[in-house]
Write a protein that binds this ligand. Structure first.
Ligand code: COI
Length: 330
């Protein structure tokens, strides 16, 4: 029995040994569950000074009030994104918050892989091989070096994508609210309209906020180059999926790769083979040969998972000891 107890929610089986090893080496008791943090599972936080979740727990003001009433002092999301966390609500109830800061390389590499999969028609090629169809018809691709890639957002992931792309010889444009001097030799910063007009591939690496919600919509798709390929490894809610689906149907969009999807909670990271899928858009879009969808796994590397578990608990221990933490959000 240690002095400090932490509760971890949404623990995947691959995280269990990592969290257990951290509990052993950093001397804290660990309560863990695979379930998200809800009013029903809240009682597992009883006696804990800190609580950690992934991204499928709705961390609203009411939840922070309830956690604070249980004596919880710190909350960490083992994710980089924190759109599921009401920071204002946490502050109001005196709960300190942190997010994970795993290296951006896994997501950046995956983003480039999705670009290449779309450009080289890899989805239909893979289907064909599986049924002994070795034909080439309809599979002619494009080369990155003759294309313009637009990057929305130049935070850690956007910058790593630009680094990766700089070896392919493509023209790289980017839009950022804070264009960094150090990137200016690799990328040309432009306004969003120019990015829409000139990009052959557009990749999203911006945070989900009230302003960026549905930034890809009918109006912005109308500004884009015909045949553009859209890539989203950030958050599903950045896209109005109805507008994007119409874009695929009308062939205004030449390809689409989605590692994330609006209303993916309760679906992604679960085996639902024998269930009825509660997201019609997801089921419909999946059918198109030029639409690649994956299960929110761009982050999923050994390196990132280890770092997520470590950031998740180390920040809570720092909060419990009254120490500061570099990635404190509030
Ligand atoms: C993130 O870290 O923001 C992710 O998207 C990863 C996922 C486990 C929610």
């Amino acid at each position: 029995m240690n002095e400090i107890q932490l509760t971890a929610y949404e623990v995947r089986p691959d995280e269990e040994p990592l969290l257990e090893a951290l509990a052993e080496s950093l001397h804290f008791d660990l309560i863990k569950t695979g379930e998200p943090l809800t009013q029903e599972t809240l009682s597992l936080a009883q006696g804990s000074v800190g609580v950690t979740t992934l991204g499928q727990s709705d961390m609203n003001e009411e939840m922070f009030r309830a956690l604070s009433a249980l004596g919880v002092k710190g909350y960490s999301t083992r994710t980089v994104g924190y759109n599921h966390v009401d920071l204002h609500g946490a502050k109001q109830h005196g709960v300190q918050v942190s997010n994970a800061s795993y290296a951006p390389n896994g997501v950046a590499d995956y983003t480039v892989m999705l670009m290449l999969m779309c450009l080289r028609c890899y989805k239909p090629a893979l289907y064909r091989i599986n049924v002994n169809d070795y034909s080439l018809e309809g599979l002619m691709g494009r080369e990155l070096r003759s294309l313009t890639v637009g990057v929305v957002g130049t935070g850690r992931i956007g910058r790593a994508v630009i680094e990766n792309l700089s070896g392919f010889g493509c023209r790289i444009l980017a839009h950022s609210l804070h264009p960094s001097e150090e990137m200016k030799n690799k990328v040309t910063f432009v306004d969003m309209d120019t990015l829409y007009r000139e990009s052959d591939i557009l990749t999203l690496h911006t945070r989900l906020t009230d302003i960026s919600y549905h930034m890809i919509n009918q109006r912005t798709i109308a500004k884009m180059k015909p045949g553009i390929i859209l890539i989203n490894c950030a958050r599903g809610e950045l896209m109005d999926i109805e507008a994007v689906t119409e874009g695929i149907e009308s062939q205004k969009l030449g390809g689409l790769a989605l590692d994330v999807f609006e209303n993916e909670n309760g679906i992604y990271h679960r085996d639902l083979k024998t269930s009825i899928l509660k997201n019609r858009d997801m089921a419909y879009l999946r059918q198109f040969p030029n639409v690649v969808m994956t299960q929110h796994m761009a982050f999923y590397t050994q390196e990132a998972v280890e770092s997520m578990a470590r950031c998740g608990v180390e920040s809570l221990l720092a909060f419990a000891k009254g120490e500061d933490w570099p990635d404190r959000l509030c």
